[in-house]
Design a protein around this ligand. Structure first.
Ligand SMILES: [Mg+2]
Ligand SMILES: [Zn+2]
Length: 247
């Protein structure tokens, strides 16, 4: 990324999908930075069949994500050290590092938006070598931390306690409403770019200028006839978004 310094922002765009100074990049965490959705990985690791029933209720829209998270994590009966050990075993997409470095070099804002839990987002991004900071830090540039919005959780000897500091009165589905963040931050940037994998990304992604999607989000966008770039690993996103900076 040595060439992505100050003169990079004077380069003409080769396509509208190339990242630029003053872009705002929204990136989902579970299934996008973590290879597998962390909640599902926990359910699978612990064989929590009842948690799958809760998951399906949420996917059918019968319960909101707050109830879903509280009930599922309420079934995790492990001491903190065992929870951390499990989280540390989950695979991450290391392509995130190049993307995050490039965002800093280019002068783009990058913010992680997760309707999962901050304790594992922070811990896993820490494993990639990053400190996290509150989401609104994305408005300050330059910065060396990863701004993130997630639901708040405390891992205690008596279970994982969850609170929802970002819940929005305008949204009945999310604990941490990605759309509310996007709408609030958007005026501070010239363009928004969204990267995600799930149904819970659909609402916010519809308001983005450029969308990179995988899995359920890619299917949703295909069904809706909307334009997007399909990806499986973040290296593919970097290949498009950072193409002129990689020469
Ligand atoms: Mg996801
Ligand atoms: Zn929402």
């Amino acid at each position: 990324m040595q060439n992505a310094g100050t003169d990079a922002d004077k380069r003409p765009f080769t396509t509208h999908r190339v990242g630029a100074r003053n872009d705002l990049i929204f990136i989902d965490f579970d299934g996008t930075i973590s290879v597998k959705d962390t909640g599902i990985a926990v359910i699978d690791a612990l064989d929590l069949d009842e948690a799958w029933e809760v998951e399906h209720q949420w996917r059918r829209g019968e319960i909101d994500s707050m109830e879903c998270l509280r009930r599922q994590w309420g079934m995790v009966d492990l001491p903190p050290a065992a929870i951390y050990r499990m989280i540390d075993s989950f695979e991450l997409d290391e392509g995130f590092n190049e993307l995050a470095e490039a965002a800093i070099q280019i002068g783009a804002g990058l913010v992680v938006v997760s309707d999962g839990l901050d304790f594992y987002v922070d811990r896993m991004l820490g494993r990639l070598g990053w400190e996290t900071c509150p989401g609104d830090t994305v408005l300050q540039r330059p910065r060396r931390c990863i701004p993130r919005y997630a639901n708040h959780a405390q891992v205690t000897d008596h279970g994982v306690k969850i609170t929802f500091p970002h819940r929005s009165d305008d949204c009945e589905q999310c604990g941490n409403c990605k759309t509310a963040h996007l709408m609030r931050l958007r005026p501070h940037f010239s363009r928004t770019i969204y990267l995600g994998d799930g149904h819970s990304d659909l609402c916010a992604a519809r308001f983005a200028d450029v969308v990179f999607a995988k899995d359920a989000l890619a299917e949703d966008f295909t069904r809706a006839g909307r334009d997007f770039v399909r990806f499986d690993r973040l290296a593919e996103v970097n290949g498009v978004l950072l193409a002129p900076y990689k020469a």
